[in-house]
Design a protein around this ligand. Structure first.
Ligand code: ADP
Ligand code: MG
Length: 340
């Protein structure tokens, strides 16, 4: 690599998340490769997520929030596996050398890396259109990883936190969401404070690491909600070869989301929006009280939104228990003339 690339690494990336030695990191940045020691009785859990400018984030996105978000989305995958963060690598393509941009980006990364004790141990730096790819490594107790393929008939379908925040937050920044080109023009946001709250939802997702790690023994299956509840829950159902009833009226929303949306808008955001980084999981009913306690101790709400059934298929029902059909911008009953 060239001197300028090494200068970038030295100046911006050398000490991210490594204020104190993390056990297991034998060798970090600076050699041909990092060396890691996996503690006895642990399994390593590995995930990669790539963010591409103008596809996953808008051109001119704030670099601090971008750094934070790039790591947060990867940590969210670890949370949904019940894995504690171990370390990460960063591969980044930069259109030009912009010290002030890199400084803010590195600060955003370092903020989360420190919070979750997850040091940067290597990567690759190259010139090109802005692309950020993070490869995160976590540790689970051997055999205790939270998988998608073990949901059982009778399980409660649960979610952490509230849904729709990612899409409504993106729309609140004034940008179109992928499933509804006009949502950002139709939100009813009547104060600058609410707009700011909504934007923060999109920019600073909170990976549910502590919850994911603590509940692993009490949960049958889990996935993080990054692509919208419908698609992500369907992954659990497909991999577990089961079906589910989903009660749309039980989907939890943040008051700031409720305040600026119609019921159909927020439902669309929860089901199709993605970028929520909450965890959808399934668990035996008898484990719910203990799960509630763990959630509470993490200042987190969990909500039951349905049940797993032995027959395949995902059935959406309204408050009266009637089956409904959902389209990307609205939902209607299965009645004459209904559906779309
Ligand atoms: P090599 O030429 O041997 O592939 P590089 O020149 O790509 O090595 O990188 C030199 C060192 O800097 C390596 O330890 C690598 O992991 C690290 N590194 C490169 N880019 C980054 C980055 N964006 N973030 C963290 N570490 C990086
Ligand atoms: Mg290299």
């Amino acid at each position: 690599m060239s001197d300028s690339e090494f200068d970038i690494i030295k100046r911006h990336f050398l000490n991210i998340g490594s204020e104190h030695a993390r056990p297991g990191i034998v060798l970090g940045i600076g050699d041909d490769a990092a060396i890691l020691e996996i503690p006895a009785g642990k399994h390593q859990c590995v995930s990669t997520d790539m963010l591409v400018e103008s596809i996953h984030f808008p051109v001119d996105a704030d670099p601090f929030f971008l750094g934070q978000k790039a790591l947060a989305v990867n940590l969210s995958d670890l949370a949904a596996m019940g894995a504690e963060p171990f370390c990460f690598t960063l591969s980044i393509a930069l259109p030009e050398y912009d010290a002030s941009w890199l400084e803010k980006f590195a600060k955003g990364l370092a903020h989360l890396a420190q919070e979750f004790d997850c040091p940067l141990v290597g990567g690759d730096t190259t010139q090109g259109p802005l692309v950020i790819s993070i490869h995160v490594m976590g540790l689970t107790d051997a055999g205790n990883g939270l998988r998608r393929d073990q949901a059982m008939a009778g399980d409660a379908v649960m979610v952490t936190g509230s849904l729709g925040k990612g899409a409504i937050g993106l729309a609140a920044t004034g940008l179109p969401v992928h499933y509804d080109g006009s949502l950002h023009q139709n939100l009813n946001i009547d104060s600058a404070d609410i707009r700011k709250t909504l934007q923060q939802f999109y920019l600073t997702p909170q990976p549910r690491i502590a919850f994911g790690c603590q509940v692993a023994p009490l949960i049958n299956s889990a996935i993080d909600i990054s692509d919208g509840l419908l698609g992500d829950l369907q992954h659990i159902l497909d991999r577990s070869e089961v079906g589910a009833v989903l009660r749309l009226d039980d989907i939890p929303f943040d008051p700031a989301v409720t305040a600026c949306t119609t019921p159909a808008q927020r439902l669309g955001a929860a089901l199709y929006g993605g970028d929520d980084y909450e965890i959808c999981f399934t668990a035996r009913q008898k484990n719910l009280p203990e799960l509630e306690e763990i959630a509470h101790s993490n200042h987190l709400a969990i909500t039951q939104i349905g049940e797993i059934h032995p027959e395949k298929g995902l059935h959406l029902v309204d408050a009266k228990g009637e089956e409904t059909r959902v389209t990307k911008t609205a939902f209607r009953h299965f009645t004459a003339g209904g559906g779309a």
